[in-house]
Design a protein around this ligand. Structure first.
Ligand SMILES: C[S@@+](CC[C@H](N)C(=O)[O-])C[C@H]1O[C@@H](n2cnc3c(N)ncnc32)[C@H](O)[C@@H]1O
Length: 272
């Protein structure tokens, strides 16, 4: 990959998807070289010409699948789920007692572990009252391949090992003759998967009570991250909670979130 080819591809992914690969030439090359070879392109310029001219969008989707990092796992940063159970859900349950409607968005859902865990927690927390509430989780990601896997909802025994035992027994079913487990239909029905690029204007009609945006802003530069956080702030309900990855930070001089604890933020309640 020449320097010029690298610059062309980095500019493309940054301008369309916010992903900053400007210092990741080796990673980029490692992820693209098989595709280049298998598809018979002579060089990366020819490949990018084809990506840009492909009106079906399928080459671009493949490029995005190759360049995004979809690493995730059940039980990741479990403290967030504890905090939801102990603080956020009791408060929201009281606040939304009349509407019985919570808007929950997981904005970098990857292969589904995170939104499924949210759905399991919600079902567990609301218990027999769960059918009275609308607590569907909107789960979005830009990667077609990750979303396909997420919707399938099948995981190996090793992948579900970190799920709490009670959830494993209640919400995962062994796949007959398979070596894996599948998320139960009552949990799948609680998660709505959609493809969505965080760089696009947000299409939500309603304000979010809970937003999970964990371990995705690490791929964006400061300006992209700040612009995204402003959109996230605007899409949230006053008093709503934002969860980011535990190694991430946000600049609160840009967006006026209250810091609840590191990696958990709250949009201020409206003054009466
Ligand atoms: C490392 S995973 C994080 C998954 C999960 N949130 C977690 O914390 O385990 C990052 C995800 O962000 C997604 N992503 C990257 N850029 C995106 C964009 N512009 N719009 C939407 N999703 C994006 C990737 O496809 C990937 O699935």
């Amino acid at each position: 990959m020449t320097e010029e080819e690298f610059l062309r591809i980095s500019r493309f992914v940054k301008s369309r998807y916010g992903i900053d690969m400007s210092r990741k030439k080796e990673i980029m090359q490692g992820r693209l070289e098989n595709t280049l070879r298998n598809r018979g392109f002579r060089n990366y310029h020819d490949y990018m010409n084809a990506v840009e001219m492909d009106t079906s969008g399928s080459l671009e989707r493949e490029l995005v699948d190759l360049l995004t990092t979809n690493h995730t796992f059940f039980g990741r940063e479990f403290e967030h789920f504890d905090y939801l159970r102990q603080v956020v859900l009791p408060a929201l349950k009281q606040k939304e007692e009349m509407s019985k409607d919570l808007c929950i968005w997981c904005g970098a859902a990857s292969t589904g572990q995170e939104p499924y865990m949210l759905a399991m927690l919600l079902k567990d927390y609301f218990g027999y009252e769960h059918p009275l509430w609308d607590t569907k989780v909107l789960a979005t990601d830009v990667s077609t391949a990750a979303l396909r896997q997420a919707m399938e909802g099948k995981y190996t025994a090793e992948q579900i090992a970190e799920l709490p035992d009670t959830w494993k027994h209640r919400f995962m079913r062994p796949v007959p003759h398979g070596e894996c487990y599948e998320v139960s239909p009552d949990i799948k029905n609680e998660v709505l998967f959609r493809q969505f690029n965080l760089m696009e204007p947000f299409p939500f009609r309603r304000k979010m009570h809970i937003v999970f945006l964990r371990n995705v802003m690490i791929y964006f530069d400061k300006e992209t991250k700040n612009a995204l956080l402003q959109k996230v702030y605007d899409c949230m309900e006053p008093g709503g909670y934002l969860f980011i990855g535990q190694t991430e930070t946000i600049d609160r001089t840009i967006v006026p979130f209250e810091l609840v604890q590191p990696s958990i933020f709250r949009k201020q309640e409206e003054k009466r």
